[in-house]
Ligand binder design. Structure first.
Ligand code: ADP
Ligand code: AMP
Length: 217
């Protein structure tokens, strides 16, 4: 099963993908892939740095090439949770073409709907594990030991693009470029909308229920 998670920056995509990946397949987060490429200084990392740090979108062809290559590996042959990709209709079409070649399709698009004031509150307090990228929040989801990941003890860091200018750019781009994806997936009958403003466990409960319903179809 292929599930794509759609939501604005801070909606909880990474948090919820981590919770359902065991049921579906590997958690493939395009933003994590770009941050890793930047940290390693690869040619792609150097190419995307200015887009990622300013909160702009990486060009569609670059984002699609990277995610579709990852999707072709053995562990993602029968399913995956895609987080942060697709972000535009052109990317969704590229994903459909690739899956169609394999006789597969996007089975579910989960939209985490969260109001803007809550997104801003979440982004202001977000910390991520340097090792596994697990997100934490200073107030709503703190780690057990300050500054350390609960799962692997990795150091926590704050993203360079979780600053006010880059956040504004990312939220604006979400409305202009990504919201049209909701109609795209609604018209193919795979859209499930979740109230992402609830507390983490309640959102997870609704996400798991929606995944079960789709798997049963
Ligand atoms: P995204 O991947 O959509 O950008 P994250 O999963 O990184 O979002 O979550 C953004 C921040 O909000 C993190 O600090 C995370 O711990 C916190 N968070 C995620 N879901 C919730 C929730 N339902 N309620 C409160 N805080 C949340
Ligand atoms: P994220 O971790 O999903 O918030 O993504 C961080 C940044 O990576 C975004 O602000 C973009 O610059 C870039 N990015 C991630 N995914 C995509 C995508 N599918 N298309 C274009 N740019 C992306």
């Amino acid at each position: 099963m292929y599930t794509v998670i759609i939501g604005a920056a801070g909606a909880g995509k990474g948090t919820q993908a981590a919770a359902v990946q065991k049921k579906i397949g590997p958690h493939l987060a395009s933003g994590d892939m770009f941050r890793e490429a930047m940290a390693q200084g690869t040619p792609i990392g150097l190419e995307v740095r200015r887009f990622v740090n300013s909160g702009s979108l990486v060009p569609d062809v670059v984002a699609a090439a990277m995610v579709l290559e990852r999707l072709s590996r053995d562990d993602a042959r029968n399913g995956a949770v895609l987080d942060g990709f697709p972000r535009t209709v052109a990317q969704a079409e590229a994903l459909d073409r690739e899956l169609e070649k394999r006789g597969q399709k996007v089975d579910q698009a989960l939209y985490l709907n969260v109001p803007e004031d809550e997104l801003l509150r979440r982004l202001a307090g977000r910390w991520l594990c340097r090792v596994c990228q697990m997100p934490y929040h200073e107030v709503s989801n703190p780690p057990k030991v300050a500054g350390k990941c609960d799962k692997d003890g990795g150091d926590l860091f704050q993203r360079r693009d979780d600053t006010s200018d880059a956040i504004r750019t990312r939220l604006d781009l979400f409305f202009t470029e990504t919201v049209p994806l909701l109609d795209y997936y609604r018209s193919s009958g795979v859209l499930d909308e979740i109230d992402g403003a609830q507390e983490i466990e309640k959102v997870s409960h609704d996400v798991v229920a929606a995944v079960r319903r789709r798997k049963g179809v």
